[in-house]
Every structure is written in structure tokens, then in C-alpha cells.
Design a protein around this ligand. Structure first.
Ligand code: DQA
Length: 149
């Protein structure tokens, strides 16, 4: 059984560390990758950590995860609030999805309160900073360890 987790980051997350640090902190995406790799090692998971600014590329990667990965941890960035296509891709992948937001989107502008992804996610992390990725991976480990069959 696969223990590979696709950790997928959407638009503008390549700018982490320099982008609005008051909201997103000072850690870079490379720091988040390293955090995920460390967490995965302790949980017996393998992480494929990716980022793209192109929605079609993200959708292709999600399709390729189907039947190969055990779960998808996704920070969809602004696509959270706009993309039915991303939601449909995640549904089609038939994998557990955990949605991660560094900031607490519910304490921010009204347009960030709605997520197209949450309805098909098994869990949502928001406002835990980059620690949300680690918590999401812990939950994936928990799900896989308790999976029957
Ligand atoms: C974000 C929140 C989104 O509203 C925003 O568009 C992002 C980052 C977060 O991690 O807090 O790009 O997903």
C-alpha cells in the first residue's frame, strides 16, 4: 500500500518568506519542504513536495496522483476560492484530501471565507502557520495506520 503523499502548493506560494510576512511569516517554501520531509520521515511517509502557479499543471499532477499516492495535502492558495476545476480533479483522484492554509482565512476578507475544496476534504487546517502542513501529514499517518484492508 502506498505511503506517498503529494503535498501540493498553488499560486504565489513560491513567494513565501518575502510575500506579506505579517500574514504568512518568514519561512520560505524550501523551509516548508524541509519541514514536510522531516515530518514524513518520522511518520514513515514519503512526501512529493510541489508548487505551481499554473492551474492546469496542478490538475495534471493531481490526476497523476490517482492510484499512486495515498493522500493529497494541498494549499490551493487563491484557487481555494475560485476553482471548481481543482475541486473536480481532487474528487476524480479518489484520495483523501487535506486542505491547508497558513493563515486563518476565516479571520480575513470575506472572499476568503468560502472554499470550493473544503466540501471534498477530510480535514482543513487554517491559521496554524506552516505547522499546519506537519499537522496535516500527522493526520495522513493516522488515517493510513487505521485503514482497514
Ligand atoms: C492561503 C490563503 C489564501 O486565501 C491565499 O490566496 C493564499 C494563501 C494561506 O495559506 O493562508 O495564497 O491559502
Amino acid at each position: 500500500m502506498s505511503r506517498t503523499v503529494l503535498v501540493l502548493n498553488g499560486p504565489n506560494l513560491n513567494m513565501l518568506g518575502t510575500r506579506e510576512p505579517a500574514t504568512y511569516g518568514h519561512e520560505t517554501l524550501a523551509d516548508v519542504d524541509a519541514l514536510c520531509q522531516r515530518s514524513a520521515a518520522t511518520l514513515g511517509l514519503e512526501v512529493e513536495f510541489r508548487q505551481t502557479n499554473h492551474e492546469g499543471v496542478a490538475i495534471d499532477w493531481i490526476h497523476q496522483a490517482r492510484g499512486r499516492c495515498a493522500a493529497v495535502v494541498i494549499n490551493p492558495g487563491a484557487w481555494t476560492h475560485t476553482s471548481i476545476a481543482l475541486r473536480d480533479a481532487l474528487s476524480a483522484a479518489e484520495l483523501p484530501v487535506i486542505e491547508v492554509h497558513i493563515s486563518n482565512v476565516h479571520a480575513r476578507e470575506e472572499f476568503r471565507h468560502h472554499s470550493y475544496i473544503s466540501g471534498i476534504a477530510v480535514a482543513v487546517m487554517a491559521g496554524f502557520g506552516t505547522n499546519g502542513y506537519r499537522l496535516a501529514l500527522e493526520h495522513v499517518g493516522h488515517l493510513l495506520n487505521n485503514k482497514k484492508g
